[in-house]
Design a protein around this ligand. Structure first.
Ligand SMILES: [Zn+2]
Length: 348
């Protein structure tokens, strides 16, 4: 038999055999026998090399056509057999079509993501755009350019995850210990234009994990740079944030503080959302909860960002994400955020 005749023979055999297939396993076996990698059609197609050169294209074309025909026939038969099986099940009452469908289990956003999005929405109302900066940061951006010199205690290696522990250099990289390096990146990109951004993201500290502190957590930093920005703008922005996040009628209080990258620096508290200022265990009986560290951008930092401090001023603030969520929802242990326990996550 010539290879051409063999091809036609395989086609005829296959189509006959297909009609005889009445179950899904039989159809699978058929597919393997004729169309599979070691199937009859494949084996014949490989025989093309033994043919005279001028016959090869015709043979190849015919083999392909048969393959397509058989594939289509198999699909049609498969659909037919499935339909027959379903009808049979229905007739026997094996499928109860009155049962409700199986619900699709939908997940939802993590509490941290929900909180971040609330913060984005609140600051978007006040004209802040979201600016993302890298998690793996240069030492210069994380410290030097933010007016944190090499001898500053924050440089202590116990606080920092170094990517490479080399001697102090501009090229040395670390996992950012705060979102503030994004300030320099945003300013250098936008200077000398006015700027209003929030910088969200994860930060990393080489620290003991406790119920109140994790070695990784989120921060949202805010930065506004303009020609007439004053401390009043900062306090107004923080008050607005407290009311939108914790609820209308919130009071805030400002305490003086110190950060290397702001001058003057302040800390901002809101009256305790749980006791309303009377004093409880959450506010440690002070009636106040700390919500942000903030201040006027230090002239050195403005300059490093590309703004002339004689003409420009700005404010910056840093908010937690997990801590405010803990206060708002009464979460007692920060470790739940990364514990991947669905019993915790499903509550929000
Ligand atoms: Zn309280």
């Amino acid at each position: 038999m010539s290879p051409f005749d063999e091809l036609e023979q395989v086609r005829a055999d296959a189509l006959d055999a297909l009609t005889a297939c009445t179950t899904l396993p039989a159809l699978a076996a058929w597919e393997k026998q004729y169309l599979g990698r070691k199937g009859q059609l494949t084996r014949l197609t490989r025989a093309v090399g033994t043919l005279p050169k001028e016959e090869r294209p015709t043979f190849g074309k015919r083999a392909n056509a048969i393959k397509q025909e058989l594939t289509a026939a198999h699909e049609a038969r498969l659909a037919q057999v499935k339909q027959e099986a379903l009808s049979k099940d229905l007739a026997q009452g094996a499928v109860d079509v009155t049962l409700p469908g199986r619900p699709v289990a939908l997940g939802h956003l993590h509490l941290t993501t929900q909180t971040l999005r609330q913060l984005y929405a609140i600051f978007a109302q006040m004209g802040f755009e979201v600016y993302e900066a890298p998690d793996v940061e240069l030492e210069a951006y994380n410290f030097d350019l933010l007016n944190i010199p090499a001898y500053h205690p924050a440089r202590d290696m116990w606080d920092t995850f170094w990517v490479r522990d080399e001697p102090h250099s501009e090229a040395r990289r670390l996992l950012r210990t705060h979102t503030s390096p994004g300030q320099i990146r945003a300013m250098r990109e936008r200077a000398p234009q006015p700027l209003r951004v929030i910088l969200p993201g994860k930060v990393y500290r080489y620290e003991q994990i406790t119920t109140r502190s994790e070695h990784q957590f989120y921060q949202v930093e805010g930065l506004a740079v303009g020609r007439t920005i004053t401390m009043t703008d900062l306090i107004g922005t923080m008050h607005q944030f407290a009311e939108l996040f914790y609820g209308a009628g919130r009071k805030i209080r400002v305490r003086s503080s110190y950060f290397p990258f702001t001058e003057p620096s302040i800390e901002i508290d809101t009256d305790c959302i749980l006791c309303g200022g009377k004093g409880c265990s959450v506010c440690k009986y002070t009636g106040w909860l700390e919500i942000a560290g903030a201040g006027m951008v230090h002239p050195v930092v403005l300059q490093n960002g590309g703004y002339d401090p004689a003409e420009w001023s700005g404010f910056a603030f840093g908010l937690g994400v997990e801590r405010p969520a803990m206060m708002k929802y009464g979460v007692k242990d920060i470790r739940y955020f990364y514990g991947n326990d669905l019993r915790f996550l499903r509550q929000f």
